[in-house]
Each structure stands twice: as structure tokens, then as C-alpha cells.
Design a protein around this ligand. Structure first.
Ligand code: COA
Length: 163
């Protein structure tokens, strides 16, 4: 497994949701569908945005997912998101998240990293807690998926937390 900068050639692989597409869409609350041009535009935007830190999670050169920090330098904070489209449970998520937190706290000198996770995503919640994220509150009924509402849990970790 390697963490590498996004590359334009990943666009087609980002677009192809893979064998777990339906599951990952629900876990990430992704309603929208995209075209190849959207993925290319996304990569272009990301590469040109100094407030975005993105690493593609790859295996044998193939795009498996990404971890993204959206940085607010004024507040020394960042929003974090991650997804793998395949290869769950092999430790890749933990490695990618540790790398992103190291970048946030030790390279960019940020103070706070936060994220939202849907209440049913027990695997992600487990991993976030293991990394020191704490629940701050809930966005009630934030996701409507196939006729059911679900809460989003807001979690954060601070540079000063004892982790
Ligand atoms: C969430 C995600 C990033 C985690 O990465 P990963 O590589 O699958 O996770 P890891 O292999 O590093 O660690 C998995 C851990 O979760 C645990 N786990 C697995 N399924 C679980 C479940 N249903 N409930 C609780 N814990 C679970 C494993 O035992 C392991 O814990 P351990 O390290 O203490 O043994 C990844 O699964 C993913 O991208 N999923 C799809 C999209 C998604 O959910 N993104 C997050 C949106 S907020």
C-alpha cells in the first residue's frame, strides 16, 4: 500500500465505484453521480488548492481511495474525510488517517481536525476513536437514505488531546 499525490490518470478509477459501490455510497452519503469530466475537474481543483491536502491510497499502482484534509489556516483547523472503495480491514485506513493527522499536526501545525460520520458506520467510528477522535455532538437526521433518516456524528481531535 502506498500513499501518493492524486494524479490525473486516477480519474477513471475514481469514477469506477468498484464492487462495493452501493455500500460505499451509503457509508459516505454520496447521492450524486459523476462523469469522467467531473472527476478530472475534481483532481485539477484539488491539485491547485493549497488548502487541500490529499493522498491517494493505492495498491500495486491502483487507486483504492483517498484521504483529504481541507485546511482553514485562520483557525488552524481542518476537516478530514476518507474513503476506500475496496480493500477494507487491511489496516490501510488506519495508516492513511495516521499520515493525515501527522501532516495536520506536525507539518501544518494545525490545532483541530474534525469529521462527520454516519451513525451506522461502526467500522469508521471504531477507527476514528482508536486514533483519538471524540464525539462532539450529532447532526440529527442529517442523511436521508432510501427513505430512512440517520444522524451524522461530529468528531474531532485536538493537538493538545492526550492521545
Ligand atoms: C472507514 C475506513 C476508512 C477504515 O479503513 P480500513 O482500512 O477498512 O480499516 P482498518 O483495517 O485500518 O481498521 C479496521 C478496524 O475496524 C474494526 N472493524 C471492522 N468492522 C467493524 C465493525 N463493523 N464495527 C466495529 N469495528 C469494526 C476492525 O476490527 C479494525 O479494528 P482494529 O484495528 O482495532 O482491529 C474504510 O473501511 C472505508 O473507507 N470504508 C468505506 C467508506 C467509509 O466508510 N468512509 C468513512 C466515511 S466517514
Amino acid at each position: 500500500m502506498e500513499l501518493v499525490p492524486l494524479r490525473m490518470e486516477f480519474a477513471a478509477q475514481i469514477l469506477d465505484g468498484g464492487p462495493h459501490d452501493a455500500e460505499v455510497r451509503k457509508l459516505t452519503g454520496s447521492h450524486a453521480t459523476f462523469e469522467l469530466a467531473d472527476c478530472e475537474a475534481y483532481i485539477e481543483r484539488t491539485l491547485n488548492d493549497p488548502n487541500r491536502y490529499t493522498r491517494a491510497i493505492t495498491e500495486d499502482g491502483k487507486f483504492l481511495g483517498e484521504v483529504v484534509l481541507t485546511i482553514n489556516e485562520f483557525n488552524r483547523s481542518a476537516g478530514l474525510r476518507i474513503f476506500l472503495k475496496d480493500g477494507f480491514g487491511k489496516g490501510y485506513g488506519m495508516i492513511a488517517l495516521k499520515h493525515a493527522l501527522d501532516h495536520a499536526f506536525n507539518v501544518r501545525n494545525l490545532h483541530r481536525v474534525d469529521l462527520e460520520v454516519y451513525e451506522f458506520n461502526e467500522r469508521a467510528i471504531h477507527v476514528y476513536k482508536k486514533l483519538g477522535f471524540r464525539e462532539e455532538g450529532r447532526l440529527r437526521d442529517a442523511l436521508l437514505w432510501e427513505g430512512e433518516f440517520y444522524d451524522a456524528i461530529v468528531m474531532s481531535v485536538l493537538s493538545t488531546d492526550n492521545i
